[in-house]
Ligand binder design. Structure first.
Ligand SMILES: [Zn+2]
Ligand SMILES: [Zn+2]
Length: 163
């Protein structure tokens, strides 16, 4: 698959050809149709956020190491799922909530990924949507947005689902 990646902080994304990932366990494979570009991506690409007062928050301090596929506003078609994923809407389009936790702590196990202390957000701590395909760790991150214009719905992954 094609992927656009941060290879050097602050430099243009680079096109790469990668093996198309295959879902295992509870994972779901999405073929992307839309992937919003968030203001955060501009800063992630830079490698840091300005905190004011001359202070910076560096992505490397979050454990990020290029190459990185950004993109945390993904929407696409459900293509396949691992054997433990249960019933998934194969062939249907879904918005993906990108704010995934570690998957192993008490917060994650009760569906409160947003409170996880070791988050692995799509497009930040795991590959995101600037690619042809995206692995979603569990179908619970898929959101039905039927009736919402899909190019707009993609942007809601960050601006609408963050809380
Ligand atoms: Zn964002
Ligand atoms: Zn967790």
């Amino acid at each position: 698959m094609e992927s656009y990646e941060v290879v050097d902080w602050g430099k243009p994304l680079q096109r790469a050809m990668r093996e198309t990932p295959q879902p295992t366990g509870t994972e779901v494979l999405i073929k992307l149709k839309y992937s919003g570009v968030c203001h955060s991506d501009v800063h992630i690409r830079d490698g840091y956020f300005e905190l004011g007062g001359g202070k910076r928050f560096y992505m490397t301090d979050r454990g990020m190491k290029p190459p990185i596929t950004m993109g945390h506003e993904p929407l696409g078609t459900v293509m396949a799922a691992g054997s433990d994923a249960g019933v998934v809407p194969i062939g249907q389009d879904r918005l993906v909530c990108p704010w995934t936790g570690c998957g192993n702590c008490a917060k994650c196990n009760t569906g409160n990924d947003n409170l996880c202390m070791a988050p692995r957000f799509m497009g930040v701590g795991r590959p995101g949507g600037y690619a042809d395909y995206l692995i979603v760790p569990h179908p619970r991150y898929l959101v039905d947005v039927a009736g919402v214009e899909p190019a707009f719905a993609a942007t809601l992954a960050c601006s609408g689902l963050t809380t």
